[in-house]
Design a binder for this molecule. Structure first.
Ligand SMILES: [Zn+2]
Length: 465
């Protein structure tokens, strides 16, 4: 057995493991035991706390481990099980790429070995990640049902403290309630949102996050049925709330009608831009906003009460959208990842591969017995070979049961097409979702060359994966 002296142990707690009772200490103990058994030396334990991998949130210890693997100072990785490592297949893909590049072939899970050194191990890891992702999905189904129950009972929906209410989301915070009443009355009297925004900023009134007020933040507060003592769920009022209103339901109706009128007459952005929210100003770090000027779509840094940028950065939309799209597609040239990102698990593909594997193994068993009968191999050789194959059949059987036992997963068809050819057929929000899954944001710097030609060196992407 190869002895490794620079082994990484990775552990993660997330809110959803309570059922399994797997505290981080328990994970670490099991991982250390595995290292001991193999005579491996743990160089570092990487621990992320209380963050669900499915949310794709930043995991500092995980990132650090990837950097250390990349730097070539780790030679094996031990985790409790595959879904501690990652629940997003795209992350797993990245992880295996990092391992392959660094020639790290030993990934050991306490609940069973995954060896990245061969295709089978890679395939198993992918299946495990897909199954884990599916389980996370199921958990969110449960949460959804719970949310509907809460809504129907008029209970608060959790999350951040709403402006006008205390942390329990039930008691009114009088100082803020007074502000809501004044802003509502002035808006109904015809004052503009921009003017009310400036007034709030002048009064040094902050939002619940301590941010400056914007027109959209005021709109959110004023159009929220909550301030009229009404409980809404997914945009529909489901009944009276358990907390008192700050304004009356009648005033709420007037506000909604007023916003509808203004929206109908006001000018609206014609459509969502592909890179909305994904570009940042290289001068002030502010978000770039979409804007049409003389028939040309642009992303611009905006000053003023809503935006607070420096107002001196602008880039033509078309070429930067094209460039970012190409860069994203380049990063995503794996069909498995494409399917995952496009929201369709390629279960049929997995099913086909697993079935083929099973048939292959069974045929091999028959061949072996014939070979033994013909005295081509010894009884001991036959037994050893049979055990290996039977263990594999067992494992694949379990995977198949997992896949076929799930209605949602089976029946989905993986096309195997390249994303490039499909890209044009995806709608804007799907494209934007895919880009957002890969790109954290891109900074747009000032033009250094004269002329109209697109200069890709102005764009500095921050990749998520
Ligand atoms: Zn700026």
């Amino acid at each position: 057995m190869v002895s490794f002296s620079r082994v990484a142990v990775y552990a993660r707690i997330s809110r959803d493991v309570t059922g399994e009772g797997l505290g981080v200490e328990r994970q670490l103990e099991d991982c250390r035991r595995i290292a001991n058994e193999r005579g491996w030396v743990v160089a570092e334990e990487y621990v992320d706390n209380d963050i669900s991998a499915f949310g794709g949130k930043h995991r500092p210890a995980y990132q650090r481990m990837l950097e250390d693997i990349t730097a070539g100072i780790r030679d094996a990785v031990i985790v409790y099980n595959a879904d501690r490592l990652t629940r997003r297949p795209i992350e797993l893909e990245q992880f295996t790429q990092v391992c392959e590049a660094a020639k790290v072939t030993q990934l050991v899970a306490v609940t069973g070995d995954i060896n990245f050194g061969n295709d089978d191990g890679m395939f198993m890891a992918r299946v495990l990640a897909a199954v884990a992702a599916k389980e996370s999905g199921r958990k969110s189904e449960r949460l959804k049902r719970k949310a509907i129950e809460n809504a129907e009972a008029g209970k608060p929906n959790g999350g951040r403290r709403p402006f006008g209410y205390e942390k329990d989301q039930l008691a009114v915070r009088e100082a803020e309630a007074t502000i809501i009443r004044e802003v509502a009355a002035r808006y109904l009297a015809g004052e503009s949102l921009a003017s009310l925004t400036l007034w709030l900023q002048d009064q040094q009134v902050a939002t619940v996050t301590g941010a400056k007020w914007s027109t959209s933040a005021i709109r959110q507060v004023l159009t929220n049925p909550r301030i009229a003592g009404l409980r809404a769920h997914n945009g529909t009022i489901v009944g009276a709330a358990q907390w008192p209103g700050i304004i009356s339901p009648a005033e709420h109706q007037q506000l909604i009608a007023m916003f509808a009128r203004k929206t109908a007459t006001g000018r609206r952005v014609p459509r969502r831009y592909l890179l909305s929210g994904l570009l940042r100003c290289g001068k002030c770090g502010g978000k770039l906003f979409s804007s049409v000027r003389v028939d040309t779509r642009r992303y611009v840094c905006m000053s003023g009460p809503d935006h607070g940028g420096c107002g001196s950065m602008t880039i033509v939309a078309g070429p930067v959208e094209e460039w970012v799209t190409q860069a994203v597609l380049y990063r995503l040239n794996s069909t498995a990842m494409v399917d995952v990102l496009a929201g369709r698990a390629a279960t049929d593909d997995r099913y086909a591969v697993l079935s083929a594997e099973l048939q292959g193994d069974q045929a091999q068993l028959v061949e072996l017995s014939e070979l033994w009968a013909a005295k081509g191999i010894s009884t001991a050789e036959w037994k050893a070979a049979r055990e290996t194959i039977e263990a594999r059949i067992d494992r694949v059987d379990r995977q198949l049961a997992h896949l076929t036992g799930d209605d949602t997963l089976t029946g989905l068809i993986g096309t195997g097409n390249e994303l490039e050819t499909r890209w044009g057929t995806l709608n804007l929000s799907r494209q934007a979702a895919i880009i957002g899954a890969v790109l954290d944001y891109a900074t747009v710097n000032s033009a250094t060359r004269r002329g109209r030609e697109f200069d890709p060196t102005r764009i500095v992407p921050q990749w998520r994966v």
